[in-house]
Design a protein around this ligand. Sequence first.
Ligand code: FAD
Length: 452
Amino acid sequence: MVGGGSAVNGGHAVVLGGSLAGMCAAAALARHVGRVSLVERDALPEGPHWRRGVPQSRHTHNILRGGQNALEELFPGLRARLLDAGMAEVRWPDEVRLLLPTGWLCAYPSDYTIVCGTRPLLDWLLQCRVRELSRVRVLERTTVLGLTGDAAAVRGVRAQTRDASGVAGEPFTLDADFVVDATGRTSRTPSWLAGLGLPAPAETVVNAGTAYATALFKRPAEPTAPWKSLIVQATPQAPHSAILHPVEDDRWVVSVAAMGGERPPTDHAGFLEFTRNLRTPLLYETIRDAPLVGEIHGSGRTENRRRRYERLSRWPDRFLVLGDAAGCLNPSYGQGVSVAALCALDLARAVEAAARGGADPLTGIASGLRRRVARRIDAAWTVSANTDLVYPWTEGEPDLAARLGGAYVNRLLRTATTSPAVAQAMTRVSQLDTPAGVLFSPRVLLGALTGR
Ligand SMILES: Cc1cc2nc3c(=O)[nH]c(=O)nc-3n(C[C@H](O)[C@H](O)[C@H](O)COP(=O)(O)OP(=O)(O)OC[C@H]3O[C@@H](n4cnc5c(N)ncnc54)[C@H](O)[C@@H]3O)c2cc1C
């Protein structure tokens, strides 16, 4: 648990990007830093509404258990607030039907629950919490143009504000003792580093050519099935997947995905037909008579892409990149939000540890933190990118973990359909709640050896 914190210096931290990673980073820093400025290009909505800077918020946002725990530490009491706002609680695995590539995940005893709701509602509730933090001020309609400082340390940012009619003001400089880039997958840090005289990071891309379509449906107020959530994973022979979760206002959010460049339909009839041809008819049977709410939206921004900042031999102090800006992951595995929240928690802990030791909490922590961010991405990458590499059409090179682990993971996937011990271990790793090492514990190894 990170401490409540008090301002130990008059420092000023600037967080770039006011979406999920930015809000988590602002909350993390506000515990020990005198002032935090959160700089966001968009005007933030007054309520749980879609906005341009987060186009993916129309799609299912499955928040893994590891991410839910991290969010709760950063924003104590958040879970209760999400449920009060109408989000749904789902017991895992009893209330989930998960069709793995190898068959249905078997049942096992568990006290896991996950909270399901729409992304705009999550963002809105986080925004309300951030605005309650007296040390945080939010600068909306402000675009970050670059960093100031030099190769040794970042000293601030250059930014430009637009008024409500879109007219740009004069660019200005915001001095800072620490800067966090949380501007998402379009982050310009590689060129900003070049401006400080530093090399660009290498990039690793694994692209399964996944495309999404997402629809909301009205669900009956009384449940019609013993399960609440349904997940259908793809196989190389049947490369269509789907996910259904209950969300606020008695609705289901349903996302379907195709791979290898195919795009799922965004008209109602085509969407239903797509679900009818999945590996199980369960989703089609559930939604075929349910009223569609609003339009169906598509998205193709799904490749796994990471920037290897941890490999650069020189890194400016007082600067950190996190969230999608550091690494984005195929959303089919639902990890992006959780990785961002876990990295922000690492930031909170590093600042807290430095403050406890009596040091300036913002100096000297950046380089270690960039490695910790990389390790968080590694854990998620092992699940998402390495699974995508199973498909023959995926672009990208398998790394060592993928080469060594592929056959074993396949074996575990088979066993998870019959062995509760293996099913539980695999779930905890894919929920980013436990390090992957648990898959090599004696209990799981034995399960894999003796299981189906
Ligand atoms: C189709 C789809 C479905 C997804 N489903 C899931 C899921 O089920 N579960 C999950 O965990 N994750 C999911 N994700 C991933 C998730 O959306 C991201 O990981 C998460 O939003 C990362 O947040 P972020 O704050 O790093 O970036 P973003 O949410 O992209 O936000 C970046 C912010 O920075 C702002 N910005 C950008 N440039 C500037 C600038 N120059 N100056 C100022 N502000 C700037 C933008 O306006 C925006 O507010 C999905 C993604 C996609 C595409």
